[in-house]
Design a protein around this ligand. Sequence first.
Ligand SMILES: N[C@@H](CCC(=O)N[C@@H](CS)C(=O)NCC(=O)O)C(=O)O
Length: 315
Amino acid sequence: MGVMINGIYDINDPAPNTDASGAYERTKSTLRNWITTDGPHHPEAGRYHLFVAWNCPWAHRTLLARAVLNLADTISISIAKPRRTDQGWVFDTSGAYCDPELGAHAVHEIYARQTPGYTGRITVPVLWDKHTEQIVSNESADITRMLGLAFDPARRLVPKAHETEIDRWNTLVHSRINNGVYRAGFARTQAAYDSAVTDLFAALDQIEDHLKTRTTLVSDTLTEADLRLFPTLARFDVAYHYAFKCNLKKLSDYPNLWDYARAIYAVPGVAETVKPDIYKAGYFSRSELRNPLGIIPKGPHVDWAQRPRRDIPPL
Ligand SMILES: N[C@@H](CCC(=O)N[C@@H](CS)C(=O)NCC(=O)O)C(=O)O
């Protein structure tokens, strides 16, 4: 991991943040503006660009919102290479991993372009305003919500009547599942790992139970709450189970959760955002702490195409 200090990218940053007990602490996002009708970032087709990486679960939720809301022509994207280098997230000069918008070589250039002398972590996703040449936000939860509000007047991902319930699930899913796998994988003591992994599986058990009688998390339709749970499920068996030692069970050992995950996969647009081989390449990158030789495992194969029992209607 690296950090930018006064506009210079420094890879020699001790990774990742932990507290005195060895428990992982996620850094807070710093750039948090919104697309709103009263500006300065107005909702307009073609005006915004997303910088993402396929393997990043936080970027994945923004890509899912873009896909299911059919915003591919409204919001353009640049996809960084799955394996970070000593420059952090980088682009090729051509091909699938180039940056067609700004022609950047690395994501840190985008942060420096908006704030010369930027100091902070360089993360994806980043939402860029082509008109103001400013980063709107580098917080995936906000980006996902603002795509759902600014570009979909019907608010299908966040129906007003269910907003409180969606927020309640988002809080649980973020702290205990999305971030829970990182708390397990980045723990620096046995006690911190034990506590993280126990809490993660207790939360998964709770959702397994909920999905016994419900099609989705909220209102039996696809909502933002599902888009925020799905990226962790999509990476679970190929990456977190092994690389982050989240191995009390596999996703495929949970009949309801696994069926639910495949039903989301079957929603038009979702399958194109799921890249198991890229998850392996990313999560098994060389790491002094977790994978010093950087060897990428061949398996397991996860059968996403297996027909689910439940049916989630497209938006
Ligand atoms: N708060 C951010 C976190 C995003 C995040 O942690 N992204 C990771 C990739 S999965 C990253 O870019 N890490 C680079 C770093 O921390 O140096 C969000 O949810 O948008």
